[in-house]
Design a protein around this ligand. Sequence first.
Ligand SMILES: Nc1ncnc2c1ncn2[C@@H]1O[C@H](COP(=O)(O)OP(=O)(O)OP(=O)(O)O)[C@@H](O)[C@H]1O
Ligand SMILES: [Mg+2]
Length: 222
Amino acid sequence: MAGAPLSRVSMEDFRPGTLEEIVGQDEVVARLHRLAAGIRSGRIVPPGLLMHGPPGIGKTTAARAFGREVLGEHFLNGFTELKAFDGRSAQQLTTIILEFRKPPSRGAPVRILFVDELEALSPEAVNNLRPAIEAVGGSTVYLLACNDLEAISKPLRSRCTLLEFRAVAAPEMRRVLSAALSKAPFQLEEAVIESIVRRAGGLPREAIKLLLEEGSALFDEG
Ligand SMILES: Nc1ncnc2c1ncn2[C@@H]1O[C@H](COP(=O)(O)OP(=O)(O)OP(=O)(O)O)[C@@H](O)[C@H]1O
Ligand SMILES: [Mg+2]
């Protein structure tokens, strides 16, 4: 249940923290729940998981929520997030991958290496991921995200479970907005909410941006 509205909000306040809070991606969320259960049982390490879909659809959000579901209290120790624009070279990525051959921290079922914005990595760096994902008896789950699946080499795609994020439908987008408004220090009229749903094009990030802009207008006394 939502608590009292916050006194000041920004984009990050609206990012769902758990898989349950992710609205409008039922198929992907159900698959992530199943995969998480397999990992938590200690019996299954899935192949690489490759999330794909347009910017602002919820991939990074879902990756972190999945990490929390798998790792629970070990999230901070066990979940590592790399973004290509961190400027890491292929060599550095290889070093990080080698480190992930170590067993997970005590009590954690696995380590999770989340490589976000995959298409911005050099082809060499992406190639270095392939053998790591194939490593036998690994205790690392490789979680990858990209916008455009076509930009990812076929060999890498073939080694991954593909998770497609699709445009959020209007009824679910209304739920995204009502959850956000329950945290926001303002309310919006139904007609405004409907116009945001129409303009957001199925993308939660667009919807939240518009919500903040419409909210800002309420404080404009000029
Ligand atoms: N299913 C959802 N329900 C509610 N809010 C969501 C949902 N998905 C995303 N959001 C909101 O949209 C924002 C953008 O999501 P996120 O950063 O996960 O997108 P992304 O797919 O990783 O985009 P990019 O490809 O640009 O990295 C989040 O900050 C969050 O506020
Ligand atoms: Mg992202």
